[in-house]
Unconditional design. Structure first.
Length: 175
């Protein structure tokens, strides 16, 4: 996509969409490499997402063992105009465990508290809760049929957004 104004508009759409959502779907990897799907409320950082997870929970254990994961932020099905083409953004992410009470940990907790009130503050006081930074390593933004964009780069909005041109094709007629 060559048009700078179009890039800027799409980047804004991605960020606005993420801001409008409160939880994400998280696919982490178990010890034997099997995918494990879960969800978590999230906050937005500087080109990253923050999640507060218990190390007792499977996804918390998985991210500590293997930092590679996938995140899906999805339009609610109750309000979607087209259930088969819900607005969504997904990322391949790398998870980093933040040191308890570090500057970034406190900033992440502040962001979570700003979105969800005192609940994350109370949970963070428990010994088993850990703060993770999820850093994008590329992704995809889908606005509907024929409106999908690859997000290239390590930012939430993508350093480059390129329109996918290899679309759906009809099946060949059976003879």
């Amino acid at each position: 996509m060559k048009n700078k104004a179009m890039q800027t508009r799409l980047a804004t759409e991605v960020l606005d969409f993420i801001q409008s959502r409160r939880s994400l779907q998280l696919a982490s990897l178990t010890e034997d490499g099997a995918p494990y799907a879960s969800y978590a409320p999230f906050a937005i950082g500087d080109n990253c997402l923050y999640v507060l997870l218990s190390e007792i929970a499977v996804h918390g254990v998985n991210l500590q063992r293997n930092p590679r994961a996938s995140v899906l932020i999805l339009e609610d099905e109750d309000t979607a105009g087209e259930l088969f083409a819900r607005i969504r953004v997904n990322y391949s992410v790398e998870a980093s465990l933040l040191a308890h009470e570090s500057t970034e940990w406190r900033e992440a907790l502040e962001q979570l508290a700003g979105r969800f009130g005192e609940r994350p503050v109370n949970l963070s006081a428990l010994q088993d809760f850990r703060m993770f930074r999820l850093t994008p390593r590329g992704g995809r933004f889908v606005k509907g049929f024929g409106r999908a964009y690859t997000l290239v780069g390590n930012t939430l909005a993508g350093e480059v957004l390129s329109h996918l041109t290899d679309g759906h094709r009809p099946r060949a007629q059976l003879a």
